[in-house]
Write a protein that binds this ligand. Structure first.
Ligand code: ZN
Ligand code: ZN
Length: 125
């Protein structure tokens, strides 16, 4: 398979610009950028870009998975269970790979925090 097609570059650029984008967001933005792109191509490239480490898929409990660029260093996320907004939670410490007590090599970690964002909290009172 072609590794560096225009479609791939468009997808990487779109995901970088959108931040925490769902597949429908990505499809819409890609079509604006490159009208000939097909939905099948987008799905295929999302998988290969994720495997190649250029984008990161963030699974969430309450909404569909979102994608972001791996240009940002690994960080944690907060999702508001009321408005479903997702925000980045930067880490204070740099993550280094390590071997745990079972002998597994840990290369990355990500924590998803669930709660109510400050905007929703302020609206409620
Ligand atoms: Zn909220
Ligand atoms: Zn993020």
């Amino acid at each position: 398979m072609e590794r560096n097609t225009i479609q791939r570059q468009v997808l990487v650029k779109v995901i970088k610009n959108l931040a925490h984008s769902t597949i429908p967001d990505i499809i819409e933005a890609c079509k604006k950028e490159f009208p000939a792109i097909s939905v099948g191509t987008i799905y295929r490239n999302l998988d290969s870009l994720e495997k190649d480490g250029l984008i990161r898929r963030i699974p969430t409990k309450f909404k569909e998975d979102v994608y972001e660029s791996t240009c940002n260093p690994v960080h944690d996320h907060f999702i508001c269970t009321h408005c479903l907004s997702i925000s980045d939670l930067p880490r204070n410490e740099k993550f280094n790979e390590y071997t745990n007590k079972f002998g597994d090599l840990i290369q990355e970690s990500s924590i998803m925090y669930y709660g109510i964002c400050n905007e929703c909290l302020n609206k409620k009172c």
